[in-house]
Design a binder for this molecule. Structure first.
Ligand code: GLN
Length: 184
């Protein structure tokens, strides 16, 4: 299984490390042609306006819109996938929603189907202001969705790559396997 991690800006190395620890062939992606042959793509946290600008510069915005394998967006990566930006998940995301600089915190996240809570690291995190009917909400904090899935797209407003807990990445890999099964 080969998973790309968008490596224009932000916390991409940490995602590559987690994926490699899970035995996945993980590759840093900086050009549209590198998307070819990938089984999935991770869009990391960072700064969504900078990331959108760099994607536009390299033609990665259109290339990612056309990419039809599973995508996992964390934090800024969730923002860029929303209705107003790449338009790949039917969410309206509010940036810096938990407050601007001060609101970086850790919180236990109760994920649907998991017995133990996941420690969510939130860094100037967005939250989901509105979700379309096709979106499954998998976890909430203070009544706000922080983990959601629509078909092949998974988004988290926190940073699962900054903890040693690999469960959220494993979920993404399950989605990748599901998609491969559907296509086989
Ligand atoms: N606040 C950032 C943004 O709006 C996201 C922060 C993050 O990815 N940790 O893009």
């Amino acid at each position: 299984m080969k998973i790309g991690v968008l490596a224009l800006q932000g916390a991409f190395r940490e995602h590559v490390d987690v994926l490699r620890r899970l035995g996945v062939d993980a590759e840093e992606i900086r050009l549209p042609e590198q998307l070819e042959g990938l089984d999935g793509l991770v869009i990391p946290g960072g700064e969504s306006t900078t990331m959108m600008r760099l994607m536009g510069l390299y033609g990665l915005d259109d290339a990612i819109r056309a990419f039809d394998e599973p995508i996992f967006g964390t934090c800024a990566g969730m923002i860029v996938l929303d209705r107003e930006r790449l338009g790949l998940i039917d969410l309206r995301v509010e940036r810096n929603a938990f407050g601007r600089q001060v609101a970086s915190f850790e919180a236990p996240v109760e994920i649907e189907g998991e017995a133990e809570p996941f420690t969510g690291v939130f860094i100037r995190a967005p939250w989901v202001a509105a979700a379309g009917p096709g979106v499954a909400i998998l976890a909430e904090v203070d009544g706000h969705p922080v983990l959601a899935r629509e078909g092949r797209i998974l988004v988290a407003s926190f940073h699962p790559e900054l903890t040693d807990d690999t469960r959220v990445h494993e979920r993404f890999l399950e989605i990748v396997r599901e998609e491969q099964g559907v296509r086989a």
